[in-house]
Design a protein. Structure first.
Length: 736
């Protein structure tokens, strides 16, 4: 094989820099004052609960991983139906994904109390600690992701070098690396579903009984579910989100690398295929340094309005996005990528799509804008109209993201293939490479975009700490401002995550085709090309593939697969919503029991049994997350065995279209309901404790599992189904 270009070493250097800066931000945060003894005590309760939950979750996930790794090993070494590296790649993907979530959550649980203490001295100080602590999550994700990718590339390069032709070797290396995405996706789904069930069970119990029935404030220490609610913010929105975007980040880079290996396999330019493989890695590496620059730009002043705070975060994220858009051109030019100008514009289309989706999400979910304020106004006629208005707003909010992703797909495809509409084999391959690298562009500055999301639960917990520690109205106003900003950034982050999932899943769809060809080649299967000649499966073009397997809308297997894919998205949401409902029911009963049986709680003379509520959430999450999570693994396998390759392609297409739209709807509706409640709490429509406030609390309670459990889990579902299909390609071929 050709020597690895020296520019490749920028990838491990960037990963080390990201992890080093994450460590620096963590140590800086730890030096900050944690506040009064009461603040330290509350933070310790939350920290212990979060770590206990995560420890229990990882035990369950470990069992699942061991079983799946054994199955992959049997397929690889017993039946030659799998690449022998897959079991190891699967385990490392899951390990790094879990590690990213662990580090992020550990930081968040230490940062919340310190953020509350910093808010006593000024809004800027509170924002800086919360945001830079959230940055630890973003930097750990990109640092571990690039480290995992760089190590696997070097190991596989050393192993295969000289054992096969360069072209074949690069395809083998990239498709092998792609399989560790299944490990990351599996871990991410368990983290998202389990964390989402945990946090929303506690949140619903705390709100319905404490705020609505007993009319006590949010995060009031008299509420038995308060600690569990604060724990849930960390396990769901920090550990879950970190694991989620870790696999999106790695999946986009690896799928694009695999597409580059096939798209440029026939290029006559020396080393072109290798340079196309490492191009997404280099763009992601440069994005790390630009994310760091953006992080240092985030600051504000006391008395800042919501728009001022949003501008502060926007300055950092937008600066990083603009700079990566500019430097992409010289990066691809220096690499000598064919049609480097067009491919650069593909990257820009992904970046632009991310910005537009983020802005659209902010418009539909922030209380600074009309849609959310109209939901607040609907509270004047009761909770039912709040729910109706919120559902309608969520549905309408899908238009801009769907149209944006559609335009981004077309632009990235056409820019990368030179606007060639001939649908020739080369044109299709180059266009698909463009779609993949657009996903890389959208996620290239993940170091800072994820920081804005992880910031949200830190600010939320800081507000809870301030309330329970009775720090005073001025401090609480500051933490409320930081919390309201966090609600908007969290909603924006979910929209961003869902948008990136759509592009990544589409790139994985193309990678599935390549994996089927490799699986057929491995067992000696041949294929008929468009001309009717029998050829080696590995040499088939995409038109050959589509023709051979009859992948068209007239094939009932494709249509049935599409229906099952769409159904899977709704079934998954139904199961996770039902899980939250059951867990929340147990929490409501427990909170009511404590209010009735433990005398003196409401008068502040007795301490609630916080531990029992934490235990209920933990047990419910562990029990309820199993079936929805396994669903994403089982469905693609069954469809592959029963309907074959054409059925799987229909499944993935149907799941992508329905899952993306449904996820945007649920995330935006939930975010809008949450901020509609916040808008009333700011003193509008009667303020806290009014009938309007109670109506918006009901709406927020309905929206909780929408935005924090089912909605954000859907983006993992659509990617995990693609990853499972890729990893199980050998099994599908065996049943053909």
């Amino acid at each position: 094989m050709e020597n690895i270009p020296i520019v490749f070493w920028l990838v491990p250097i960037a990963s080390v820099c990201a992890l080093g800066m994450a460590w620096y931000f963590f140590k800086t945060m730890m030096k900050a004052d944690e506040g009064t003894p009461r603040m330290i005590e509350i933070a310790e309760h939350v920290r212990k609960g979060a770590m206990a939950y995560l420890k229990q979750q990882y035990k369950v996930v470990l069992i699942v991983f061991i079983v799946l790794a054994v199955i992959f090993a049997i397929m690889a070494y017993g039946f030659n139906a799998q690449n022998p590296w897959v079991p190891f790649a699967f385990l490392t993907g899951g390990f790094f994904s879990g590690l990213a979530g662990f580090f992020g959550m550990k930081t968040a649980t230490y940062a919340s109390g310190r953020t509350a203490e910093a808010a006593r001295h000024g809004l800027d100080k509170g924002l800086k600690i919360a945001f830079r602590s959230g940055s630890v999550m973003g930097l750990v994700v990109v640092g571990l992701g690039l480290l995992d990718i760089a190590l696997w590339f070097l190991v596989l390069n050393a192993f295969y070098s000289g054992k096969m032709p360069t072209t074949e070797m690069l395809i083998t290396i990239t498709t092998t690396m792609l399989t560790f995405g299944m490990g990351a996706s599996t871990q991410a789904l368990f983290a998202r579903v389990g964390g989402g069930i945990y946090t929303k069970a506690a949140d619903v119990g705390a709100d319905l009984v404490g705020k609505v029935e007993e009319n006590i404030p949010e995060d009031d220490p008299r509420n038995p579910a308060t600690i569990a609610d604060n724990v849930g913010d960390n396990v769901g929105d920090v550990a879950g989100m970190g694991a989620d975007l870790y696999e999106s980040y790695c999946g986009s880079i690896l799928s694009t690398a695999a597409l580059g290996a096939t798209a440029f396999a026939s290029s006559t330019a020396e080393g072109m295929q290798l340079r196309a493989v490492i191009a997404p890695m280099i763009i992601a590496a440069v994005g790390v340094f630009l994310s760091l620059l953006g992080i240092f730009l985030v600051r504000t002043k006391d008395g800042a309005s919501m728009k001022d705070l949003l501008h502060s975060l926007g300055l950092g994220t937008n600066t990083a996005a603009i700079l990566i858009a500019i430097v992409t051109f010289p990066i691809l030019y220096a690499l000598g990528i064919e049609n480097w100008v067009g491919v650069s514009f593909s990257v820009l289309s992904g970046l632009a799509a991310g910005v537009i989706i983020g802005q659209a999400t902010e418009y539909y979910t922030s209380q600074s804008y009309k849609p959310t304020r109209e939901i607040s106004a609907a509270s004047k006629t009761g909770a039912a109209t709040v729910i109706i208005k919120g559902i309608g707003t969520g549905m309408i909010s899908t238009c801009i993201p769907v149209l944006t992703i559609s335009v981004a797909i077309m632009l990235s495809y056409l820019c990368a293939n030179g606007f060639d509409m001939s649908m020739s084999a080369v044109s299709i391959q180059h266009g698909l490479y463009g779609i993949g690298i657009a996903a890389v562009g959208m996620l290239s500055t993940l170091g800072i975009t994820l920081a804005t999301d992880a910031y949200g639960p830190i600010a939320d917990n800081a507000g809870g700490n301030a309330e329970m520690s009775e720090l005073g109205e001025e401090v609480r106003n500051r933490t409320d401002a930081l919390d309201a900003l966090g609600n908007t950034t969290a909603a924006t982050g979910k929209g961003f995550a869902i948008g990136s999932a759509a592009l990544t899943a589409l790139a994985l769809l193309a990678s599935y085709i390549e994996e089927i060809k490799i699986a057929m080649h491995r067992v000696g299967e041949t294929m008929t090309n468009v001309a009717g000649d029998t050829i080696d499966a590995a040499q088939a073009t995409i038109p050959d593939f589509m023709n051979y397997f009859q992948v068209n809308l007239m094939n009932p297997k494709v249509l049935v697969g599409a229906f099952i894919g769409a159904m899977a998205a709704f079934l998954f949401c139904g199961l996770t919503m039902g899980a939250v409902g059951r867990a929340a029911g147990k929490m409501v009963e427990e909170v009511r029991r404590q209010f009735h049986e433990i005398k003196g709680i409401l008068e502040g003379k007795a301490t609630p049994d916080y531990g029992r509520c934490v235990e209920i959430s933990t047990q419910s999450a562990q029990h309820e997350m199993i079936i929805p999570s396994l669903l994403a693994i089982i469905i693609p396998i069954l469809v592959g065995v029963i309907l074959g390759v054409s059925g799987v392609l229909g499944l993935l297409a149907g799941g992508l279209a329905a899952g993306f739209t449904l996820a945007v709807f649920m995330a935006n509706a939930g975010g809008a309901w949450d901020n509609a409640k916040k808008y009333v709490e700011e003193g509008n429509f009667g303020g806290k404790g009014s009938e309007c406030h109670k109506a918006t609390i009901v709406g927020d309670t309905v929206g909780d599992p929408f935005k924090d459990t089912s909605g954000p889990s859907l983006n993992i579902l659509i990617k995990l189904m693609s990853m499972v299909s890729i990893v199980m390609a050998g099994l599908t071929v065996a049943f053909m």
